[in-house]
Design a protein around this ligand. Structure first.
Ligand SMILES: *[C@@H]1O[C@H](CO)[C@@H](O)[C@H](O)[C@H]1NC(C)=O
Ligand SMILES: *[C@@H]1O[C@H](CO)[C@@H](O)[C@H](O)[C@H]1NC(C)=O
Ligand SMILES: *[C@@H]1O[C@H](CO)[C@@H](O)[C@H](O)[C@H]1NC(C)=O
Ligand SMILES: *[C@@H]1O[C@H](CO)[C@@H](O)[C@H](O)[C@H]1NC(C)=O
Ligand SMILES: *[C@@H]1O[C@H](CO)[C@@H](O)[C@H](O)[C@H]1NC(C)=O
Ligand SMILES: *[C@@H]1O[C@H](CO)[C@@H](O)[C@H](O)[C@H]1NC(C)=O
Ligand SMILES: CC(=O)N[C@H]1CO[C@H](CO)[C@@H](O)[C@@H]1O
Length: 742
C-alpha cells in the first residue's frame, strides 16, 4: 500500500545519512572555496540512483534583482522599510522536466527569490514565452509554475493586486520587469540546456531551522490527528536531484522545506534573498568549487507548507524590557503585539538578523547536502503531466468527502490580520485607521473605499470577525484575488502541488495526503507528494478548519472562509485525473475565469530618479574614504565613493561592487561581487536638491564561515551609472586604493 513517503521515511533516512556521511567523509577534492561543517563533505560524484527512467532535464538561473534603493521591501508591509543597499543578488531558478520521446510533455518549475508568485509576474512570463515562440510554444498556462521562496527582504511593488501595493506606494514597472525578464532568461537557459538524465528523490530531517509560530492554533487540530506526527512543523527537507546521463554529472537540485523567509527582520533595509537564498548560494558555491561538477549547477530551495513556521527558532519574547515570553494564546505582550518578536539563533548580537539569516540558510544547506549524497528513490514511471485552472472562490459550493455541501466566500481578512505575527508586525500589516499611514498617498486615495461586509458574507466567513472585506473591494481595481490558481505537476511518482497561498503545517499534510491517496490509483510506485508555494498568485494563508476557528493571524488571513482548505483539496483532486497516464497529455481542464490583469491600470506614487550630480569639484566614482593600507584577515574593509542612484541601471547579471585580488603577474582578478554574502553595497542620498549621493562598499572578511578569505593584495571596485538632468545615463567606475590582508 502506498503511503505518504515524506513523514514515514524521516527517522530511518536520518540515521542512514549520518552513516553515509561518515563513510564518505574526507574523500573530496578541495577547491578554492570549499568548507566543511555539520558532516557535509566535498562533492565526490554522488551515488547514482538506480533504475530511474530517463527524462529531459534542464536547469537555468538568472538575475532578478530589482531596484535596491528608494523602494519598499516586500513582505512586512512596513511602509518605512525602504531599501538602502544590497547584500545578495536575487535569482530566478528554473527547472525543466520533459519526456525524452515526447518532448512537448514537460513542465517548468520556477523558484523566484521573491515573497511569492504573482498573477502580474506570471502573466508577464507567459506573454514573454509566447513572444519567444518556436520551442517555447510548449510552455503555457498549464505547465508553468511560478513559485516564490517567501523572502521578506526583496524589493516590492510588482504585485497584481492593490492590497500588497499599498505600503509600496503602488506598482513599479522596473521592479516588475526585472523579475519577469530574469525569470524568462532562466527558463531559456533551462530549456536550451535540457538533455537526457535521471531524477531521484531523497529526504532528510532538518531539525533546527524552523519552529511553529502559531502553536496555539496548531493545538486546535484534533488530538488524534496531531498524534500521528511527532512535530508541530514539518522537519523534512525533500530533495529532487537532476543527473544528466551523458557524463553522469549532477546539474541541479530542487528542494522543498517549510520555513518563513523572515530571518531578515522588519527593520532591515538591505536586499537579500533571506535564508533560502543563503542555502542556494552555499550549495551552488560548493558544487562549483569542485572539479567534479559543472559550474552552472543550479540549487533551488523552494518553499513548502510555510504558513505557521518561523526561522526564529529561539522562540518569541517581549521586547518591552520584561524579557518574558510572549503570551501563548495570542503572541502578545499583555495584549499588545508590537513588542513580541521571534528570536533567531543569533539574537542579541549586532546585526542579529543578518547573522541568523545566514545560519538558518546554512542549516538548510547542510540538510540538503546530506540528502544530496544519499542515493534516494529513483523517479520512475515515465509520464509527465500537469494541469492548471482558475477557480472563483468567492462562490464555490462543493461536497466535502462525507457528502456535506459547503461553500467558500469572497475574500476577507479578520482582525488578527492587523496584529501580525511574532516574525514582525506581520505580512501586509497595516491598521485601517493607523495614523502612521497618513503620509502614504496611495492609502489616502483608497483608504475610504473599503466595503462593509454584508450579513451573508459575515455568516459565510464566521467565526472570522471581518476587518477588511477585501474580496468585494474593486475600486480602483481588485484588492485581493477571488480567482485562484489550481495547479499540480507530475513526473513519475512525484506529484507537486502548486499552492497559491501559505498552507499551514497541518493544512499541507492534509492536502498532500489527500493527493497521495488519490494518486495511488494511477501510479505504479508509491506516490511522493510535495507542496510548493506561495505560487502563481498570492492568496495569503490556508489553515485547517480547526485552526481557522482559533482566528490567529494565519486563520484571519485564510481568505475564503472556514472551508478554504477543503476547497483547494476538492479542486486539486477533481483535476488530478489529468495527471494520469490514461489522459492524453493534450487534455487540459477548462481554463476557468481569467483573473483581472492590473498591470496597465495599477497606480504608482513611486517617483523615478530625477538626476545625479557628483557635487562641486568631484567625479562619480571618486573615493571619498579609502581603505587603510593593511588589515588583518577577519576585519571589515570599507570604502566610500561619490555615488549615483543604482536605480539608473539594475546591472542585471553584472555587479555594483567587486573585490579584486592581485595575481603574481600584477593583473587583477574579481574574487567577489554583489551576489556574495560577505560583500555589502550601500547607497545613501546626501542631498535631494543637489542630486548627490554616496556609496559605501564593505567587505566583511570574517564571520561567514564557509567563505575562505586568504591573505593577499586587494582593491575594491564600484560600478555605477549616473543620470544627467536631460535624462541620459552614463556608466562609470570607481577603484579604491590597494590594500593588503595579512
Ligand atoms: C519599519 O522600518 C523602519 C525603517 O527601517 C524601522 O525603523 C522600523 O523599526 C520598522 N518597523 C518594524 C515594526 O519593524
Ligand atoms: C531590529 O529589530 C529587532 C527585533 O525587534 C531588534 O532586536 C533590533 O535591535 C532592531 N535593530 C535595529 C538596528 O533597530
Ligand atoms: C489570551 O489570554 C488572555 C489572558 O488569559 C485573555 O485575556 C485573552 O482574551 C486571550 N486571547 C485569546 C485570543 O484567546
Ligand atoms: C468536489 O466537489 C464537487 C462539487 O460538489 C464534486 O462533484 C466533486 O466530486 C468533488 N471532488 C472531489 C474529488 O471530492
Ligand atoms: C462532514 O464533515 C464536516 C467537517 O468535518 C462536518 O462539519 C459535518 O458535520 C460532516 N457531515 C456529516 C453528515 O457527517
Ligand atoms: C481613526 O483615528 C482617529 C484618530 O486617530 C480617531 O479619532 C477615529 O475614531 C478612528 N476611527 C476609527 C473608525 O477607528
Ligand atoms: C516542534 C516545534 O517546533 N515546537 C515548537 C513550537 O513552538 C513553540 C513556541 O511557540 C516551541 O516552544 C516549540 O519548541
Amino acid at each position: 500500500m502506498a503511503r505518504s513517503h515524506l513523514a514515514v521515511a524521516l527517522a530511518a533516512s536520518t540515521l542512514l545519512l549520518v552513516l553515509l556521511a561518515q563513510l564518505f567523509a574526507d574523500r573530496g577534492a578541495t577547491g578554492q572555496r570549499l568548507w566543511h561543517w555539520n558532516g557535509a563533505r566535498a562533492d565526490t560524484g554522488s551515488i547514482q540512483a538506480e533504475d530511474g527512467d530517463q527524462y529531459l532535464i534542464g536547469v537555468g538561473k538568472a538575475d532578478i534583482t530589482g531596484p535596491v534603493v528608494e523602494l519598499n521591501l516586500m513582505g512586512y508591509a512596513n511602509g518605512s522599510q525602504i531599501g538602502t543597499g544590497l547584500r545578495q543578488r536575487l535569482y530566478s531558478r528554473a527547472f525543466v522536466i520533459g519526456d525524452v520521446s515526447n518532448p512537448s510533455d514537460r513542465f517548468v518549475y520556477l523558484v523566484l527569490d521573491t515573497q511569492s508568485g504573482d498573477t502580474a509576474v506570471r502573466n508577464g512570463i507567459l506573454d514573454g514565452l509566447k513572444a519567444l515562440g518556436g520551442g517555447y510554444a510548449m510552455y503555457d498556462q498549464h505547465n508553468v509554475a511560478v513559485t516564490g521562496t517567501h523572502s521578506h527582504s526583496g524589493p516590492a511593488a510588482w504585485l497584481n493586486y492593490l492590497l500588497p501595493q499599498i505600503t509600496a506606494k503602488g506598482f513599479d514597472k522596473q521592479s516588475y520587469q526585472a523579475i519577469v525578464d530574469g525569470a524568462l532568461l532562466s527558463i531559456r537557459r533551462a530549456h536550451e540546456s535540457a538533455e537526457a538524465g535521471t531524477l531521484s528523490v531523497a529526504t532528510t530531517a532538518v531539525s533546527d531551522a524552523n519552529i511553529n509560530r502559531s502553536l496555539y492554533a496548531y493545538l486546535a487540530n484534533p488530538e488524534s490527528e496531531r498524534n500521528r506526527y511527532s512535530e508541530s512543523v514539518d522537519k523534512t527537507l525533500t530533495l529532487l536531484k537532476f543527473q544528466r546521463s551523458s557524463d553522469g554529472k549532477n546539474i541541479g537540485i530542487l528542494t522543498w522545506f517549510a520555513v518563513h523567509g523572515t530571518s531578515m527582520l522588519g527593520n532591515n533595509t538591505i536586499i537579500t534573498a533571506d535564508n533560502k537564498g543563503v542555502a542556494a548560494k552555499l550549495f551552488e558555491d560548493e558544487i562549483s568549487g569542485t572539479a567534479n561538477a559543472a559550474s552552472d549547477f543550479v540549487a533551488g530551495f523552494s518553499q513548502a507548507n510555510v504558513g505557521d513556521t518561523t526561522p526564529n527558532v529561539m522562540g518569541a519574547y517581549c521586547e518591552d524590557g520584561s524579557g518574558s515570553e510572549c503570551r501563548f494564546n495570542d503572541s502578545t505582550c499583555g495584549g499588545k503585539s508590537q513588542d513580541c518578536h521571534g528570536r533567531g539563533p543569533f539574537f542579541g548580537l549586532n546585526d542579529a538578523g543578518t547573522k541568523s539569516c545566514y545560519e538558518i540558510g546554512k542549516r538548510q544547506y547542510a540538510g540538503a547536502r546530506a540528502a544530496y549524497d544519499y542515493a534516494g528513490t529513483p523517479v520512475k514511471g515515465g509520464t509527465i503531466r500537469s494541469f492548471h485552472t482558475f477557480k472563483d472562490l468567492s462562490k464555490y459550493s462543493f461536497a466535502l468527502p462525507n457528502g456535506t455541501v459547503v461553500k467558500t466566500c469572497s475574500a476577507a481578512l479578520g482582525y488578527s490580520f492587523a496584529a501580525g505575527t511574532s516574525d514582525g508586525p506581520g505580512a501586509f500589516d497595516f491598521t485601517q485607521n493607523d495614523s502612521g499611514n497618513g503620509d502614504n498617498p496611495l492609502w489616502s486615495v483608497v483608504g475610504g473605499l473599503l466595503h462593509p461586509p454584508s450579513p451573508e458574507q459575515r455568516e459565510c466567513q464566521a467565526p472570522k470577525p471581518i476587518l477588511l472585506d477585501v474580496g468585494a473591494a474593486k475600486v480602483p481595481y481588485d484588492w485581493t484575488p477571488n480567482i485562484v490558481d489550481i495547479q499540480a505537476l507530475r513526473v513519475g511518482q512525484l506529484v507537486i502541488i502548486v499552492s497559491p497561498g501559505e498552507a499551514s503545517t497541518m493544512a499541507g499534510r492534509q492536502w498532500r495526503e489527500a493527493v497521495a491517496s488519490s494518486a495511488e490509483s494511477f501510479l505504479d510506485e508509491d506516490p511522493i507528494v510535495v507542496l510548493g508555494g506561495p505560487a502563481n498568485s498570492y492568496t495569503h494563508y490556508i489553515t485547517t478548519t480547526a485552526e481557522y476557528g482559533i482566528q490567529r493571524y494565519e486563520g484571519a488571513s485564510t481568505l475564503y472562509g472556514p472551508h478554504t482548505l477543503a476547497a483547494y483539496i476538492n479542486l486539486t483532486l477533481s483535476n488530478l485525473p489529468y495527471l494520469s497516464p490514461e489522459q492524453p497529455s493534450t487534455a487540459h481542464p477548462a481554463a476557468g475565469p481569467a483573473p483581472p490583469d492590473n498591470r496597465e491600470r495599477s497606480l504608482s506614487f513611486i517617483t523615478g530618479v530625477v538626476f545625479d550630480s557628483a557635487g562641486i569639484g568631484k567625479k562619480f566614482g571618486q573615493v571619498t574614504k579609502n581603505a587603510p593600507a593593511s588589515y588583518a584577515v577577519g576585519a571589515k574593509v570599507s570604502v566610500t565613493f561619490v555615488g549615483a542612484n543604482p536605480r539608473n541601471n539594475l546591472r542585471l547579471e553584472k555587479t555594483y561592487a567587486a573585490v579584486e585580488k592581485q595575481a603574481g603577474d600584477g593583473s587583477w582578478e574579481m574574487i567577489r561581487n554583489d551576489a556574495d554574502w560577505d560583500l555589502l553595497f550601500e547607497w545613501k542620498r546626501t542631498s535631494t536638491t543637489l542630486g548627490t549621493s554616496e556609496v559605501t562598499i564593505t567587505w566583511e572578511t570574517g564571520g561567514w564561515d564557509h567563505i575562505e578569505t586568504t591573505a593577499g593584495t586587494y582593491r575594491i571596485k564600484y560600478y555605477g551609472d549616473s543620470k544627467s538632468l536631460r535624462g541620459s545615463i552614463t556608466a562609470f567606475e570607481g577603484t579604491s586604493g590597494i590594500f593588503k590582508l595579512v
